[in-house]
Design a protein around this ligand. Structure first.
Ligand SMILES: CC(C)(COP(=O)(O)OP(=O)(O)OC[C@H]1O[C@@H](n2cnc3c(N)ncnc32)[C@H](O)[C@@H]1OP(=O)(O)O)[C@@H](O)C(=O)NCCC(=O)NCCS
Length: 172
């Protein structure tokens, strides 16, 4: 049975111009394009990445498995497979950046940036996000956007990478 969705949180919208600066992949990690068959590992990675964070409302592993399925079938906009990345260390999944087509907003969005807690703070998240930005730039995109709750420490990372808050309603 589907669990009730967690309560909606206020988010800020951030935009980043492309191309963006190169970020070196830290040693010891392998990165390849995300593929549909990563779904089985994506749910547990989402559960591990969100556990204890500002967006954790106690969701179960099944909830995250459903989120992974929803993501990869286009529930957050069609996945841009050429710009979405999957990172492993010693063959085990440790991170992902997932870009989707936010067609209803006429934007391209970073829907998920995830790094396993055991792999954090090494620059993997920055490298995955920058690789997504490079792939988008190579495909002709001029910018991309994301939405994040302001309490998420990821905001600092996004700012460092060149994302800036903007008013998605265009009133400022
Ligand atoms: C955001 C995230 C992908 C960054 O991965 P990472 O490999 O640690 O990133 P980097 O090593 O390149 O950069 C570290 C930066 O991440 C941010 N950060 C640190 N802890 C974090 C946390 N628990 N959650 C989110 N961001 C964090 C900080 O800006 C940090 O920089 P600082 O040390 O200068 O403050 C990872 O922390 C994560 O998976 N968080 C949980 C999921 C999430 O909230 N994703 C973003 C919204 S979808």
């Amino acid at each position: 049975m589907t669990e009730p969705a967690p309560p909606p949180r206020l988010t800020i919208a951030m935009r980043c111009a492309l191309p963006m600066a190169h970020v070196q992949l830290p040693p010891g990690y392998d990165v390849r394009p995300l593929v549909a068959s990563d779904e089985g590992a994506l749910g547990p990675l989402m559960a591990d990445a969100y556990r204890g964070g500002v967006e954790d409302h106690g969701e179960s592993l099944d909830y995250h498995r459903e989120e992974a399925h929803k993501t990869l079938i286009g529930g957050f906009g069609a996945v841009l497979w050429h710009a979405s990345w999957w990172a492993t260390r010693a063959g085990l999944p440790v991170g992902a950046s997932i870009v989707t087509d936010w067609a209803e907003h006429n934007e391209t969005g970073l829907s998920f940036a995830l790094v396993h807690p055991a792999a954090r703070g090494n620059g993997l998240g920055a490298a995955l996000i920058a690789d997504s930005g490079h792939a988008l730039a190579a495909a002709g995109h001029r910018d991309w956007v994301l939405a994040v709750v302001p309490e998420n420490p990821a905001v600092r990372l996004y700012e460092r990478l060149g994302f800036r808050a903007f008013d998605p309603h265009g009133t400022s």
